[in-house]
Design a protein around this ligand. Sequence first.
Ligand code: PMT
Length: 397
Amino acid sequence: MLEGKRIVLGVTGGIAAYKAVDVCRRLVDAGAHVVPIMTAGAEHFMGRTTLSALASEPVQTELWDNPTTPIPHTQIGQGADLILVAPATARLIAAYRMGLSTDLLTNTLIATRAPVVVCPAMHTEMWEHPSVVDNIDTLRERGVHIVGPAVGHLAGGDVGAGRLADPEAIVSAVVDILGPHDMAGVSVVVSAGGTREPIDAVRVIANRSSGKQGYAVAAEGVARGAAVTLVSTVSLPTPAGVQLVQVETAAEMQAAMNQAAGDHDVVVMAAAVADFRPVDPPAGKMKKRDGVPEIVLEPTPDILAQLGATKRSGQLLVGFAAETADLRANAAKKLTAKSLDLIVANDVSAASVGFAHDTNAVTLLRPDAEPVEIDLANKRDVARAIIDTIVAIRTRH
Ligand code: PMT
């Protein structure tokens, strides 16, 4: 994902400095060349040998200790594809905002045109201090990417906002910035979550879909440059840059998807749509004293089949198949019956697969290509494989 990318990893003096080792390892694993810089403060919290051993080069700290160049303060920043500071202390943030070049890291930060990602970590009182708030706002306005902080345990037993963001989230932000933008100019609509069909004013028929897989597809699409609309029944955090349309029932989802399909290049139905809904649900609450109700069901519209029947030329239609047996055969039938270009089949009876899990394992089926297996992986990685396939299909057309 980051092959050939040169990333400067700046580490400053905070208790979270040790987590920079994990961030570094993940960046190297993703193919990046990592140039580590530690401030003098960071050395109070972590030995430079550890970071040097895992990074692509030995740690540098001083402006003056580089035997290969007298001008490391400009060379490192000029050659970088991205500069990441994790953790970033209040002092580093203030110095960067002011343009103070007091050490190798601050010099590098102001001698670069590369994107910069700053991951603050400090106590809650510091994070909420007006000067820090103001500095962060200013950096954001200048286009610096701020990742975190998270809420959780801090040094000294405190709990609150100020914890370094998870290494996984930090590296994912870097990948979003530096990864391929091969969906630029493409519009994508994704459905996510399970529909809820009213039984009466308070009861619904629902399913176990959390929306995680659909949101991951939306997040991956927007990270790769697509204009993404998300039609959702759930309230997960909306990925930055994604336009959200909130719905609840199959009928509302159908209306939203039909409208979006009119002007989107790619349509992805990751939602779990109820197949049946109660006929004429009463407006009020059914009373227990009236006895066990007889609930008559009717089929919901098959949104995806209708989108397949009315597909515009050049439009790409992606469905999902949630199966508990005969995965490939059942998914292949849906691929054909609904005129899809791609179906993402998951065996939702398998451990850690499908509904509500953070992970999924899928088979990607196309009408004219061999099936591709994606082994158990987090849903964002599955989303990456789906978007890769969409890019491949679009490139071939
Ligand atoms: O949301 P998560 O917790 O992350 O879980 C992810 C998931 C399991 C919901 C997802 O991976 C998934 O499998 N989504 C499709 C679920 C489903 O309804 O599958 P299906 O095989 O019943 O339907 C086939 C396709 O037709 C689906 O794309 C579905 O969106 C669509 N459909 C189904 C019925 C209907 N009335 N209208 C539809 O459009």
